[in-house]
Design a protein around this ligand. Sequence first.
Ligand SMILES: [Zn+2]
Ligand SMILES: [Zn+2]
Length: 317
Amino acid sequence: MRDETPRTAAKTPSPAAETPSPAATAPSPAAVGQARDLPLDSHLHTDLSPDSDVPIDVYAAQAVERGIAELAITDHVDFHPRDPAYGYTTFDQRERVVREAAERWADRGVAIRFGVELTYNRRWEADVRDHLARHRYDFTIGSVHDWPGSAYRHPGRFAAWAAGRTLAQIVTPYFEEVLAAAQSGLFDTIGHLDVVKRYIGARVSPAELGAAPELYEPILRGLIESGTGLEVNTSGLRQAVGETYPSAPIVALYHELGGRHVTAGSDAHRADSFAFGLEEGYRVAGEAGFGELMFRRGGERISVALPGRVRDAPRHT
Ligand SMILES: [Zn+2]
Ligand SMILES: [Zn+2]
């Protein structure tokens, strides 16, 4: 996810984006705070992203205090000059900061990995491919955000564009990009697969979109065919949508179709969002039928077992 802070105020936290909001549906209150005692949060933004002001050590200290054993730092890399992270940092700078923090914290109970969230769009897929061929990360997330010229970029323009269009027509431009990202095979996992429900909330509710699983199915099949993971992104639990990206039934559908690689991350941009809702994210994975998360620490992919309390939990829906 991208925190929707204007570029002119890039370091100002965005309350609208990050203030915890009461979830409208299923998650129990205990599940939607900041989590404790989990093995991994694999989606985090530090002050090396233009929309976060959190020093890496703040997350590391919270991880130790909360018993989150491993972190992937996944700052933004953008490829279009109009996108906020374009040219914001260099690879070398990001790698140095994360590796040095990993060394500082290694013997204090938290492992820190060097990841990335790359903004994907078909129009710059070649640039993404080239970047990944030249740079080695421990773990990669490919995400579709809005893009220059997209109907989602400005709320006023979205309302006019969406008028008279069906739900399928409204989500299709976003889902076409996500499908291409899934099929590209470039990434370990696809971030916040349907964050579009945040952009289109004025017109389409999360429940309405959730009632159209056929719109997701080609994407889920694309993930399976390319071996790409599906992220359970818990940032939606602190936003108006009140559910994960994607929701529990879609994660269950992915498993049902044969998907076996699920990841989970809080996508924090602020200190108080660290591991937020992650217990619920793990629960969504466990209830969908997964016994483990997929992760990579450079090299081959590995499995991270879900805690027993999540794996064996009775379904609450
Ligand atoms: Zn993102
Ligand atoms: Zn993110």
